[in-house]
Write a protein that binds this ligand. Structure first.
Ligand code: NAG
Ligand code: NAG
Ligand code: NAG
Length: 401
């Protein structure tokens, strides 16, 4: 095991979406061979000898195209109502739309299904089916109370595999570690043997995902230049209070705990390097600890001081975190970044209501209970919706470029 700073930090994990085991999307596959495009190419190749034939051709094409258009409208209607009636009542949310990249983000979840973890999982499986999500992002604190003890730990099944068991959630789970994961065996969660137990599990100290944003039809014409880049990083080693003065033992193996300065600089350099080399249309940074938060833990000074300026230098659009067990959207006047806390995967905390706005600069939304974020990304637009444990969309953020 490397203990020099940046040893395994330097490894850049870029997983193109083409290699993700995507769920088949029935409406997409059904509509893929577009009738209108094939008649277009036929028409282009056709030789038209005289005006009579041409008029006949025009009339025939008009009738054919009208019929096709009608058929497509009726057909998509049928498909939509079939999808909607699949599993309980449809969501009044528009989350059935088909953005190029679609994922759920949640944090602070693994409690054997207790504290409403199973209820949140149920709502996730419905939204995941409606959206045909391609992956899930975990913002950390994956297994309570103390991470996993080893790679054979039964909690991996009882808090992950068996809870998020529905077909719609059988997609990659890109996960970072939270501080509770460090109270156990942090290396166990990073170990490839967990993927043998459940192939969805992809947990790294840091990882970069670059996902193309063109729809299938556009990609056939030209290579897709637009991407959404996701940068997952490990925030726990940056939090100074955990290093020496914390009463619990944290598992620093694999990190350079002998020289925290070096460790910290290597991590931040990696994040900065990735962000500066990215030409993505949308940039999203994901870590366990918040930059800004109005929850129990509050804002994290290390992230405000070190991570926020890096994100602002490189025009990051969204920062996603967990740690506080609630849902928050913060957009301050003095920063272009939207700060999203999605830490409502199970046990909610003592907060009974949103903090007063006057004391909460930039607070756009606060939900003190369970839920998760559903994210849709297209070239020109990002939509992020908070979904509560009743399956209802409670808040929606739309960003346009
Ligand atoms: C679970 O969710 C229900 C419905 O929102 C709520 O009444 C209950 O208090 C929650 N239980 C816990 C343990 O959070
Ligand atoms: C930690 O690493 C930095 C950078 O390599 C070095 O300058 C410094 O002397 C090291 N500190 C200790 C205590 O080893
Ligand atoms: C928790 C949950 O949503 N379970 C559902 C998983 O899928 C099956 C079959 O579609 C449903 O019957 C369950 O209710």
């Amino acid at each position: 095991m490397k203990t020099t700073a940046g040893g395994d930090l330097q490894k850049q994990v870029v997983i193109p979406i083409a290699t993700l085991p995507l769920l088949p999307r029935e409406d997409e596959t059904a509509q893929a061979p577009s009738a209108s495009s094939s008649s277009f190419s036929q028409r282009n190749g056709m030789h038209l000898p005289n005006r009579q034939t041409r008029r006949t051709f025009v009339v025939t094409s008009f009738v054919t195209l009208t019929c096709l258009a009608l058929a497509i409208i009726v057909w998509s209607h049928v498909i939509r109502s079939r999808v909607a009636s699949d599993d309980g009542p449809s969501l009044p949310s528009g989350l059935t739309s088909r953005a190029a990249v679609r994922f759920l983000a949640l944090g602070d979840w693994g409690r054997d299904g207790d504290f409403n973890q199973s209820l949140v999982a149920k709502q996730m499986s419905r939204v995941a089916a409606d959206m045909a999500v391609q992956f899930v992002v975990s913002t950390g604190d994956n297994f309570y109370d103390s991470g996993l003890p080893d790679v054979a730990a039964p909690q991996f099944s009882s808090s992950f595999t068996n809870v998020y068991s529905n077909a719609s959630l059988q997609v990659p789970w890109y996960s970072v570690l939270g501080n509770h994961d460090y109270y156990g065996n942090a290396l166990a969660q990073l170990h490839p043997r967990l993927a043998a137990r459940d192939p969805r599990w992809i947990c790294r100290r840091s990882m970069r995902l670059s996902l193309p944003l063109c729809q299938a039809a556009e990609s056939q014409i030209a290579p897709c230049e637009h991407t959404v880049d996701l940068f997952l990083y490990d925030s726990t080693p940056l939090v100074r209070e955990y290093r020496h003065t914390w009463e619990r033992h944290l598992d620093w193996r694999g990190l350079n705990a002998q020289n925290w300065t070096q460790q910290e600089e290597a991590q931040l350099q990696e994040l900065e390097g990735w962000l500066s080399s990215s030409h993505a249309t949308w940039k999203v940074v994901i870590g366990h600890h918040p930059v800004f938060s109005f929850g129990e833990h509050g804002s994290q000074p290390e992230m405000v001081e070190r991570v926020k300026p890096i994100m602002e230098r490189h025009s990051v659009d969204l920062y996603l975190n967990g740690h506080d067990h609630n849902l928050q959207h913060i957009k301050r006047e003095d920063s272009p970044v939207h700060f999203i806390t999605s830490g409502g995967g199970s046990k909610a905390w003592r907060e009974q209501q949103a903090p007063p706005r006057a004391n909460s600069p930039g607070l756009q939304y606060f939900w003190p209970g369970q839920g998760f974020a559903a994210v849709e990304v297209d070239v020109g637009e990002v939509r992020l919706s908070f979904v509560g444990n009743d399956g209802m969309v409670m808040h929606r953020l739309v960003l346009k470029k």
